[in-house]
Design a protein around this ligand. Structure first.
Ligand SMILES: C[S@@+](CC[C@H](N)C(=O)[O-])C[C@H]1O[C@@H](n2cnc3c(N)ncnc32)[C@H](O)[C@@H]1O
Length: 343
């Protein structure tokens, strides 16, 4: 996949393993560079996005002029980015994220100001919408003359087999920019994760190192055996129930997904059966990294693990849970193409 002849040359700041880049490229943008401070994203980013280079760097040390010296000033006309969202998630804010953690959105705004590219886009958790950093970014873009559209989208309305609400912003200096409109197709788990080798808790597939899941304790194995798809701990023998589950308002932890419904939000913790409804609909285990990637709408052949280096499941899960689903990234890319004077 690639878009080498596109008139829109883009840089993906905070690129991770490339969910956003991959979708934008399939919409026709030429994403030439992804920047991320985590070197372990390089393999998946470069292997699956031929022609896009991975720059391992802290965004705070990078200037737009650095991109210009690599590609020439007239040639970078889009800056996209998905800053780490933990500082703005309701969970993290309850647990005391400091405002210092929120400065990476300000760094993204700084790069926009330095380069004033024709097109800008970002994705983040809905909590960012209430934060000063987001108001500052919007005001900054408007003062620079950009046309901006933004809103919280439920990605399930765009054919993604998950309930995943995210703040999306698109901006263009030349034409009105508009967010993607919901699509007619709905997403169900069954349409995305069938046809893989059956594996047991703690195993990986011999043909796909990313089709791997964490082991379960004897207690959790018994719990998942007694769980029905879409059910709760109320399905279990009372002896298996932890007293705090009875007091909790959240029945999903230790739950199994249903085949005929969307999955819950694929978080960075999906590999732990205890953290949400991350049990496989039919097998007695949490979903594998490959299954999570498919629910994030990565193509089935997206290479996640360097066969020479390997990667712990929890780290892979963080990369996959952090990603922008490829399908929504493609729709955002189409919006940017329409908003481009060159499209
Ligand atoms: C939400 S993830 C991005 C996901 C990515 N857009 C995708 O679709 O796969 C945020 C990324 O920001 C990176 N990051 C965190 N702090 C950073 C920094 N100071 N400079 C550059 N990258 C950083 C993390 O390593 C992580 O990969």
């Amino acid at each position: 996949m690639g878009a080498r002849s596109s008139a829109i040359r883009a840089i993906d700041v905070f690129c991770g393993i490339g969910g956003l880049t991959h979708g934008l490229r399939s919409a026709g943008l030429d994403v030439v560079l992804g920047l991320d401070s985590d070197a372990s994203c390089r393999y998946a980013y470069e292997t699956n996005n031929a022609g896009a280079a991975f720059l391992e760097a802290d965004v705070r040390d990078v200037r737009f002029a650095d991109f210009e010296s690599l590609y020439g000033k007239s040639r970078i006309n889009a800056l996209v980015g998905c800053a780490p969202c933990q500082p703005f998630s309701s969970h993290t804010r309850r647990n005391g994220a400091s405002d210092d953690d929120c400065g990476l959105v300000d760094e993204f705004a700084r790069l926009v100001g330095e380069g004033t590219p024709d097109l800008v886009s970002m994705e983040n958790v809905p909590g960012l919408a209430k934060h000063q950093s987001f108001s500052n970014l919007l005001n900054f873009l408007i003062d620079l003359g950009y046309h901006v559209d933004h809103g919280v989208l439920d990605f399930h309305e765009f054919g993604i087999p998950q309930h995943r609400r995210r703040l999306v912003m698109v901006a263009s200096r030349r034409k009105a920019a508009a967010l993607p409109k919901p699509t007619a197709d709905s997403g169900r788990v069954a349409d995305f994760i069938v046809g893989l080798d059956p594996i047991e808790a703690g195993q990986s597939s011999p043909v796909d190192p990313a089709h791997a899941c964490l082991p379960l304790s004897a207690l959790n194995l018994e719990r998942i055996r007694q769980s029905r798809p879409g059910g709760t701990w109320k399905d279990w023998d009372p002896a298996l129930v932890n007293p705090c589950q009875k007091r909790s308002r959240y029945p999903a932890p230790y739950g199994r997904m249903r085949w005929d419904a969307p999955a819950p939000t694929i978080t960075t913790q999906f590999c732990y059966y205890s953290t949400g409804r991350f049990g496989h609909p039919a097998q007695d285990r949490a979903i594998s990294v490959r299954e999570a990637a498919l629910l994030q709408t990565f193509p089935r052949d997206y290479q996640l693990v360097d066969p020479d280096a390997g990667m712990p499941i929890a780290k892979l899960a963080r990369h996959v849970g952090n990603a922008v689903p490829v399908k929504i990234a493609k729709l955002i890319g189409s919006s940017l193409m329409r908003a481009s004077a060159h499209a």
